[in-house]
Write a protein that binds this ligand. Structure first.
Ligand SMILES: [Zn+2]
Length: 128
């Protein structure tokens, strides 16, 4: 039995806050714990080495520990407008871009890779 579900009286807390990781009710506009504006998140996914959030203007990496069990607290924020040479590797699902002259590399699970690629095409940052 899922303890979380026992206490929330049937309200779904499926909307994970990208910033603090707490589950929020679907209708929440702001995180119930850290007050982050949940409406600004365009995409959020949990991957092995990091969780990734995209807002209207930022690509945000929440680094995880070596054992992939929890976040380290290290956060990297990239301004999407300044991301250059965006590439999606194939057949290896790797996302790369240049930022301030430095190459950034993200190895992603296939489903996350697809979601990110779809979003990047949608916002005009990448063409197939
Ligand atoms: Zn939060």
């Amino acid at each position: 039995m899922d303890l979380d579900n026992e206490y929330n009286n049937g309200i779904s807390f499926d909307k994970i806050c990208p910033k603090c990781g707490v589950g929020n009710p679907d209708e929440a506009d702001n995180c119930i714990v850290c007050d982050k504006d949940l409406e600004e998140t365009m995409l959020f996914f949990e991957d092995e080495f990091y969780d990734i959030e995209l807002t209207n203007d930022s690509f945000i990496e929440y680094r995880k520990n070596f054992y992939k069990t929890r976040r380290t607290g290290k956060v990297k924020i990239f301004n999407i407008d300044k991301m250059e040479k965006i590439r999606f590797g194939h057949p290896i699902t790797r996302f790369t871009f240049n930022y301030n002259g430095k190459k950034e590399v993200y190895a992603l699970k296939a489903e996350n890779y697809r979601s990110l690629k779809y979003l990047m095409i949608n916002i005009g940052k990448f063409e197939e």
